[in-house]
Design a protein around this ligand. Structure first.
Ligand code: THU
Length: 130
């Protein structure tokens, strides 16, 4: 593992705490903010399905609740090879708090690095001075 093993390790570690009784697809996310702090999230499913929270959004929620407003890097771990990419809703939430950022994707055997700009090249944004 050459790309930021600590952030990937954190994502793989929190993935074990996923609550995924419906899909059995566990996801872990570790986001590093511009302050250097790392925030964690795992997916939290719901019997209604629609109320399910993705790991990335749980990590971003933890970051904002802690007082950070910008991220620079996120690692996302799952059991998918090739590694799973963030869903469209998560990409939209990620772009709310970064104009660009490194995205590390990890499966059990494969990892790849991409970027927010590559995954969401032409996002909808409303910037209002916050
Ligand atoms: N999931 C995530 O946690 N992140 C994504 O970006 C895509 C999907 C979760 C939601 C659900 O619990 C499971 O993966 C299957 O969709």
């Amino acid at each position: 593992m050459t790309m930021n093993p600590s952030l990937l390790d954190a994502a793989r570690d929190v993935m074990r705490r996923a609550y995924a009784p419906h899909s059995h697809f566990r996801v872990g996310a570790a986001v590093r903010s511009s302050s250097g702090a790392v925030y964690l999230g795992c997916n939290i499913e719901n019997a209604s399905y629609g109320a399910t929270l993705c790991a990335e959004r749980v990590a971003i929620a933890a970051m904002v609740a802690a007082g950070d407003r910008a991220w620079t890097e996120i690692a996302i771990a799952s059991d998918a090879d090739p590694p799973a990419t963030p869903c469209g809703i998560c990409l939209q939430v990620l772009v709310e708090f970064a104009t660009e950022g490194r995205v590390l994707l990890a499966g059990p055997n494969q990892c790849r690095e991409t970027s927010l700009g590559a995954l969401l090249p032409d996002p909808f944004v409303l910037r209002h001075g916050e």
